[in-house]
Design a protein around this ligand. Structure first.
Ligand code: ATP
Length: 480
């Protein structure tokens, strides 16, 4: 049936092409033919009888390449082909890109302009979906590297997920050597050993760590130095274009937001980062809690030793943490329940009970693990207070979405418990509308934020810096 329809369409197209050819020849011969030319362009011959939704279905079956060709046949086909719904369908069904339609629409609506994000219109209506589809097809593949302080995730922008992960310290080499040579070794290893690609072949999108938290001149200088070192290293390796963005901003984009508070539970510390329109609000203040993934693993190890659960490797403890641990909705109530569960690691079967939720509880009650630090809800509430006091916008909605990121944030129950405690802690005016979003792409959340950017129709133009631009740019522009 489909073949028959396509055959008919093709005949109609050939007919129309020859008619419009002879028509245009006639027009060349005589300039008095306007009426006949307009009647040709608004008719599609035998297909005039077919309802437009069926014609649209035919175009869907033809696929994007052939459908685009149809637009040159006549005005009617052109208007059918330029219908946004057709290209939304093609965008939704692109096999090679793996980006969800919602993420494509978010990115094309809010991130097209590049950083700094332009005042948000929130509208895509001024762009044609056909144009966006065409531009996205032309975007070159890029390498994405999220060099976390514990684990590095790397891969291709056109792939569904990172192609690999490795322990960052292994790639960096001697900690004593200068920053430039450590970065050089890091990138060289990722390019040549891990991904086996030439640095000069494609742009790179890089997540840069949330570090040097303050808004002081010294912190700004350190951030500038790090960013300069990253760009210098990559351009020395002949990478054609570089886009380096803060890890927390990327996590926020992955959650399809441009404003909010990102809570990144990192390898060693947890950072609470307020972001407005894609920019870290350092003036408002980044809160840092001295608790991270390492501490949780260490605490579970202590609990297991105390409870005579014998293991050989710390890797086993980490595996148990990732597979059995969770955050209790109500800690005291959980202590009274039977919470036994078992998991088979490389060393055999292990059964944990209270350890399962006591491990994650240290994020809420750090003193359990002997850590003198604020609990996570208190630190987030403090950040919200600072955002409120700063009066950066007419209302408080921009910081009421809290996006979790980092592997530890994948602990089941964490988002719900944090949201519950924030509602209890904040004043009624602040607490209404607070939403805590679990890491949208688990451990790889920042990597996916980078993927959204690298598949944008305006990439690399609006997001990357070339070597030439880097040389010309003043140092002040490198602060992020
Ligand atoms: N489902 C899970 N539950 C609990 N912990 C997890 C889970 N998945 C991963 N992790 C932990 O997350 C940690 C790694 O997190 P992540 O990859 O975010 O670190 P990172 O990016 O190196 O940190 P940083 O943000 O400091 O750069 C590991 O300790 C791992 O055990």
């Amino acid at each position: 049936m489909a073949t028959l329809l396509l055959k008919k369409v093709w005949e109609s197209v050939s007919n129309r092409s020859s008619i419009s050819n002879s028509n245009s020849q006639r027009r060349h011969r005589s300039s008095h033919d306007d009426s006949s030319s307009s009647s040709f362009s608004s008719s599609i011959g035998a297909f005039d009888q077919i309802p437009s939704d069926i014609l649209m279905q035919i175009l869907r079956l033809l696929g994007p390449k052939e459908a685009a060709k149809m637009s040159v046949v006549c005005k009617l086909w052109k208007s059918l082909v330029s219908d946004d719904r057709l290209w939304i369908f093609f965008l939704q069904n692109r096999q090679d890109q793996h980006d969800s339609f919602d993420s494509i629409i978010f990115a094309e609506t809010y991130l097209r302009s590049g950083a700094p994000l332009q005042a948000l219109s929130g509208q895509l209506t001024e762009f044609s979906m056909m144009g966006i589809y065409g531009q996205r097809m032309l975007v070159p593949g890029s390498v994405i590297i999220d060099g976390g302080s514990g684990y590095c995730k790397f891969g291709w922008s056109k792939y569904a997920c990172p192609s690999g992960r490795s322990a960052t310290f292994l790639e960096f080499g001697n900690i004593e050597s200068p920053m430039y040579s450590r970065l050089r070794q890091f990138f060289a290893t990722i390019y040549s050993s891990r991904m086996q690609v030439k640095p000069s072949s494609q742009p790179v999108v890089l997540s840069i760590p949330i570090c040097h938290y303050d808004d002081t001149e010294a912190a700004k200088a350190s951030r500038r130095q790090l960013k300069e070192a990253i760009y210098t290293t990559l351009f020395d390796m002949n990478v054609p274009a570089v886009c380096a963005i803060n890890q927390a901003i990327l996590a926020l984009y992955a959650a399809r937001r441009t404003s909010g508070i990102v809570v990144n539970i990192g390898f060693q510390v947890t950072s609470i980062v307020p972001i407005l329109n894609g920019k870290v609000m350092r003036k408002v203040g980044v809160e840092v809690v001295g608790l991270g993934a390492l501490k949780l693993t260490g605490f579970l190890r202590e609990l297991m030793q105390k409870n005579n659960l014998n293991f050989e490797s710390l890797y086993t403890v980490r595996t148990l943490k990732e597979n059995l641990c969770y955050v209790a909705a109500d800690y005291e109530a959980e202590l009274c329940k039977d919470t036994k569960a078992s998991f088979k690691s490389g060393e055999g079967w292990f059964t944990l009970s209270k350890e399962r939720f006591q491990t994650g509880e240290i994020l809420f009650q750090p003193q359990i693990a002997g850590v003198r630090a604020m609990g996570l809800p208190q630190a987030v509430a403090l950040c919200m207070d600072h955002c409120h006091a700063a009066e950066l916008t007419g209302d408080d909605t921009w910081f009421k979405t809290i996006v979790l990121s980092g592997g530890t944030a994948c602990l089941p129950g964490l988002a719900g418990r944090l949201e519950k405690e924030l509602h209890e802690l904040c004043s009624p005016s602040l607490s209404s509308g607070i939403t805590v979003v679990p890491p949208p792409y688990g451990t790889d959340t920042a990597w996916f934020g980078a993927k959204f950017i690298s598949n944008l129709s305006t990439f690399p133009r609006n997001w990357c810096m070339t070597k030439k631009q880097f040389r010309r740019k003043s140092r002040a522009n490198l602060i992020w």
